[in-house]
Design a protein around this ligand. Structure first.
Ligand SMILES: Nc1ncnc2c1ncn2[C@@H]1O[C@H](COP(=O)(O)OP(=O)(O)O)[C@@H](O)[C@H]1O
Ligand SMILES: O=C(CO)[C@@H](O)[C@H](O)COP(=O)(O)O
Length: 459
């Protein structure tokens, strides 16, 4: 029996899932936590990976491995391959003004046409501009720039010369200097971000290309960004909208036609199979529930019960706890609207937190629909999908049926499926049985959306 391993190095943790390469059956798994913060020494990801691999019983008997990881993180390497400074993660908003500068210099429509992405604080090119303007010495020392998954794959393969760095089009498309439409780097935009400097970039491997070998002889697949890996893990098809409630809230769909949205709401990313992955991402998702539970002094199950046992009654929570990316309001904060004596209860606050989180994601679904993307049903994943209140309330707020696959790690599964594909050398990824799933349906509740839209539009 050939074994493959999929790794998910996400914002909060690292997960390793070992599966049978032919059937996809789960053999064993492991996990480890990442430190908190939006600026992280990549060595912490490596430590967590080593712990998670050990927790999963090691990888010595595994034939192929691939890494899915949080997108956009800026990993700068010097000539010798050492990191120049801690990585700035996708949710680090210090680069918001740099993003605005880049949009002013080039134009939003021009960015969308060139790379499918209008720079925001999250996008790698904005972080590089921040580096060039605020830490010019570090920018000068930067011989190569790569992403979290590129760096981990490179280390799995022994971290040789910078020439051996590799990425895939799924993750490259989140940098702001790679076009998913033409499958080429726009080195001119990288140079613009770096104010004239030209660090080297990872080679962009094909969707199932071998990029190296681990010390124990396992083939390394190209890996990808976590959202592209999730779509592959779920085998998302036409009409499927994947909604992930992790640290980020993500709404995405696999399509043939890419996005070029000058409003910046939809990012024109690539998927992990050679297609496109238009995507809307919010900064505030599962942690909205974490924060509300902590505010109320309850755990997640109690928060969910409170929300489900209380009817909506005019209280609106706008969840911009960490500023917001979509809409682009990096300096915003969370707010509560419509407090009255009769709705000033823990239950109403719990309900408003779940509804606020879901309304932000529903706006993302609407944006995909308005762009002509079929939105027949939602596949709901991520840590937040473990909340019964999220699952129960989502279909009414999203206005479409919500399919919740059994609790799992679909990013790690996508990476494992890619590893199996790389191992097989076939034209298409292997067909693995779909996870068991439950479908939730409900009549739409437009009033909740309208109340939220009114509150969220206030400055
Ligand atoms: N039962 C639950 N209800 C709501 N949120 C939960 C529950 N269990 C875990 N979470 C939250 O889910 C988040 C982790 O989800 P995950 O998808 O792994 O995130 P990431 O991929 O960003 O690391 C954490 O913020 C955690 O508190
Ligand atoms: O920035 C994005 C997508 O554009 C995020 O989705 C990151 O990729 C982090 O993902 P999670 O750790 O929240 O899953």
């Amino acid at each position: 029996m050939a074994l493959v391993a999929g790794i998910d190095s996400s914002t909060q943790s690292c997960k390793v899932f070992v599966r049978d390469a032919d059937s996809g059956e789960l053999v064993r798994s492991g996990r480890a936590k990442h430190p908190d913060g939006t600026e992280i020494d990549p060595a912490a990801w490596k430590d967590a990976l080593d712990t998670a691999v050990a927790d999963a019983g090691g990888l010595d008997d595994v034939d192929a491995v691939a890494v899915g990881a949080q997108q956009h993180g800026m990993v700068c390497l010097d000539d010798g391959g050492d990191v120049v400074r801690p990585a700035l993660l996708w949710n680090d908003i210090r680069s918001a003004a740099s993003a605005r500068d880049l949009v002013d210099e080039v134009g939003a429509q021009q960015w969308a046409d060139a790379v499918g992405v209008v720079p925001l604080a999250s996008i790698t090119v904005s972080k590089l501009r921040w580096l060039a303007d605020n830490e010019p010495t570090n920018a000068d020392r930067t011989a190569a720039v790569c992403l979290p998954h590129d760096w981990l794959s490179w280390h799995l393969g022994g971290a040789g010369s910078l020439d051996t760095l590799a990425t895939d089009r799924g993750d490259a498309s989140g940098t702001g200097y790679f076009s998913a439409a033409t499958n080429t780097y726009r080195e001119d935009l990288l140079e613009l971000g770096m104010r004239g400097r030209k660090p080297r970039l990872p080679r962009v491997a094909g969707p199932s290309e071998r990029i190296g070998e681990t010390a124990s002889g396992a083939i390394i697949g190209p890996g990808t960004g976590d959202n592209a890996a999730a779509a592959l893990g779920l085998a998302a098809g036409v009409g499927d909208v994947v909604v992930s409630i992790g640290t980020s809230g993500v709404v995405s769909a696999v399509t043939d036609v890419g996005a070029a949205d000058p409003s910046g709401i939809i990012a024109g990313f690539a998927d992990a199979t050679g297609r496109q992955l238009p995507l809307v991402c919010t900064l505030n998702a599962a942690r909205v529930l974490d924060a509300t539970a902590s505010l109320l002094g309850v755990d997640h199950d109690e928060l969910s019960s409170l929300a489900l046992s209380t009817a909506s009654d005019g209280l609106v929570l706008v969840p911009y706890f960490e500023g917001e990316r979509t809409p682009n309001r990096p300096d915003a904060s969370g707010s509560i609207h419509g407090l009255r004596l009769n709705n000033s209860t823990p239950g109403h606050l719990a309900r408003a937190a779940v509804e606020g989180l879901l309304c932000g994601l529903a706006d993302g679904i609407d944006a995909l629909r308005a762009a002509g993307i079929e939105t027949r049903r939602v596949l709901l994943i991520g840590g937040g999908a473990k909340s019964a209140a999220v699952r129960e309330l989502a279909p009414a707020i999203f206005g479409v049926p919500v399919v919740v696959p059994e609790p799992g790690e679909y990013v790690a599964d996508g990476a494992a499926r890619q590893a199996a594909w790389t191992l097989a050398g076939t034209a298409e990824p292997p067909q693995w049985a779909s996870a068991r799933a439950r479908t939730y349906e409900a009549d739409p509740t437009p009033t909740i959306r309208e109340r939220y839209a009114e509150a969220a539009s206030r400055p």
